[in-house]
Ligand binder design. Structure first.
Ligand code: FAD
Ligand code: NA7
Length: 537
């Protein structure tokens, strides 16, 4: 017998948890959430590597939808460590009594829309089937692990792990550790591992621009004061571009003297935070090549000051654009002054193979290791969608729709996929994510509620609406420098993946305005009760 629910939510991270609460506790629907992990938390359940933490400041890396929750839950450090975020999400699940409707250890392998019944059939890995009117994908945008194809990778005798699958019992203290990857994850790990490992070998493909995070303890008085100001803080966040809880600059970098520019860069270097450095110093670091070069040059000058060995400093110094997701850390460049930390530039000296004993580089050196950590990132945004047998009208697989890259209408819906919604789907906002997740969950909930109230059996966007949104996102992305850098933001990190615009880079404030406008215009671009078509090709 097939169990039926009004809605099925896939994934139990920040997105899935709030969606379940909204649909079940507020709309009164019968809802089931499926989570492939053995616990709730998504990102914060899987990423247990040493050094794992948010790079958004903790006071805005949380939900804002419940005022009591905001007042009741404390924090003690400027950034939240992974165990703190996981504990917070578990607290939320218990507080809103959601646990009984989340089925853990359950991977959804198929979701197929039936045009005769207007229902979705959702299949889990053990073959069990469920039906529902609505499906909400909260699959995570940085959740599909990218394992590099390095010769000999299966032959390694020590422990090999991706940071997104860190084993609970893996202790690297005193061990010979290697790490491939120097993105946000790799650099967090490197700072922590430098203090723990007997020897740490960093295999770096691309050097990174990194500023200090400014992490440290937050005292009680500051927490209390922040709590009193939460209404204003969240208004500011929702009305900002990147939603990181600071005021974005309105000053162009080249409109001030060089001396003033350096003063502003130094002030923000001292305050810490990657997004603050890119968006709080001047308004055009991400859009004007000259402004970008000035910021990059400032960071390069810091590397030269900090790193003692000139050859290591040279390898660590990026020369390209400063246009990937901006990073921050607690003493990244300083870590390379430690005697137990060694940097290998694999651009200059590539990895030839992994052997049972370690990693052999082109110069013939075998770097002997006990633990090899792959901090090689994610098949971002659409990776987890493509892993599901996901089929909309006409039995068409999502891959057929996304041949030229993933698209959506407003980041939350897809033409040809009725009653299917996405949290952080393609072409959603590029921000501190919890405020964008809340925006999308609340809007999806309004849309479902609107459809239910009007007795509509189906709701889906038109192809024209989706094409229009795709064009808008491309146009905005091309006004920035981001597409010129190779990173996961455009799918450039996965061999063979087609580069595509995958984010709305217009900021949360404009995204929210767009959603409000579409809603007030009767959910413009959506069709309700669309009549079945023979072909949607
Ligand atoms: P996730 O937390 O990724 O949850 C998705 C869930 O869906 C996962 O649990 C997954 O197992 C489940 N799932 C996927 N497919 C299936 C399936 N087929 N069947 C069943 N379950 C499935 N963002 C910020 O804004 N600020 C930060 O400081 C920040 N730091 C980060 C640090 C790290 C190390 C990483 C990896 C990401 C970070 N992010 C950060 C991004 C982070 O992913 C988001 O902030 C947020 O946690 C996303 O929540 P989510 O619910 O959308 O996705
Ligand atoms: P990223 O930012 O994609 O970083 C991955 C790193 O791994 C990066 O340094 C890559 O080098 C490197 N990489 C990837 N594949 C390989 C291969 N095949 N060989 C060598 N090196 C490789 O992922 P993160 O997990 O750090 O961060 C993703 C987001 O998660 C982050 O922005 C936060 O929001 C959390 P490259 O730069 O491509 O040369």
């Amino acid at each position: 017998m097939t169990t039926h629910h009004d809605a099925i939510v896939i994934g139990a991270g920040f997105g899935g948890i709030y969606m379940l609460h909204k649909l079940r506790n507020e709309l009164g629907l019968s809802v089931k959430a499926f989570e492939k992990g053995g616990g709730i938390g998504g990102t914060w359940y899987f990423n247990k590597y040493p050094g794992a933490k948010s790079d958004t400041e903790g006071f805005v890396y949380r939900y804002s939808f419940d005022k009591d929750l905001l007042q009741d839950y404390d924090w003690h450090t400027r950034y939240l460590d992974q165990p703190d975020i996981l504990a917070y999400l578990n607290h939320v699940v218990d507080r809103f009594d959601l646990r009984s409707d989340i089925q853990l250890n359950t991977e959804v392998t198929g979701a197929v829309f039936d045009e005769d019944t207007n229902l979705w059939t959702v299949t889990t890995a053990d073959g069990t089937q469920f039906t529902s009117r609505h499906v909400v994908n909260a699959l995570g945008l940085l959740a599909k692990t990218n394992i590099p194809d390095i010769p000999g990778i299966d032959s390694f005798r020590g422990v090999i792990t991706h940071t997104n699958a860190w084993p609970d019992d893996l202790d690297i203290t005193g061990k010979r550790v290697g790490v491939v990857g120097t993105g946000s994850t790799g650099t967090q790990f490197i700072v922590a591992a430098g203090k723990m490992a007997g020897h740490l070998t960093v295999f770096q493909r691309s050097p990174q621009y990194i500023v200090p995070s400014g992490n440290g303890p937050v005292d009680r008085a500051e927490v209390e004061q922040t709590k009193q100001n939460f209404d204003a803080i969240w208004d500011q966040v929702r009305g900002s571009v990147v939603a990181f809880g600071f005021e974005e600059s309105a000053v162009e970098a080249m409109s001030v003297s060089e001396e003033e520019r350096r003063r502003v860069f130094q002030e923000n270097w001292d305050k810490g935070n990657g997004f603050r450095f890119m968006f709080g110093t001047f308004c055009d670091i991400a859009t004007n090549p000259e402004a970008n070069a000035a910021a990059a040059e400032f960071i390069r000058s810091k590397i030269a000051e900090i790193v003692e060995d000139p050859e290591t400093a040279r390898k660590l110094t990026p020369t390209d654009l400063y246009a990937k997701r901006p990073l921050c850390n607690e003493g990244y460049y300083e870590t390379f002054n430690r005697d137990n930390v060694e940097l290998v530039s694999i651009k200059e000296n590539p990895i030839e193979e992994i052997t049972p004993a370690g990693v052999r580089t082109a110069d013939g050196v075998l770097h002997e290791l006990d633990v090899l950590v792959l901090a090689t990132g994610f098949d971002a945004v659409d990776g987890n969608y493509r892993a599901i047998d996901l089929r909309g009208r006409g039995g068409q697989h999502i891959n057929e729709h996304w041949k030229d890259g993933p698209t959506s209408y407003l980041g939350v819906s897809k033409a040809g996929f009725p009653n299917m919604f996405m949290i952080l789907g393609p072409n959603g906002p590029f921000t501190n994510l919890p405020p964008s997740i809340e925006t999308q969950v609340e809007w999806i909930s309004e849309l479902i509620s609107h459809a239910e109230r009007n007795g509509a059996r189906t709701v889906e966007p038109t192809r024209e609406a989706e094409d229009g949104w795709t064009a808008t996102c491309i146009e905005i992305a091309n006004m920035t420098l981001f597409p010129k850098a190779d990173s996961w933001i455009f799918g450039a990190n996965i061999p063979g993946k087609k580069r595509a615009v995958m984010f709305f880079l217009g900021g949360l404030v404009n995204y929210r305005a767009q959603l409000a406008d579409v809603q007030s215009d009767g959910f413009r671009g959506f069709e309700f009760d669309k009549v079945r078509e023979a072909s949607l090709a």
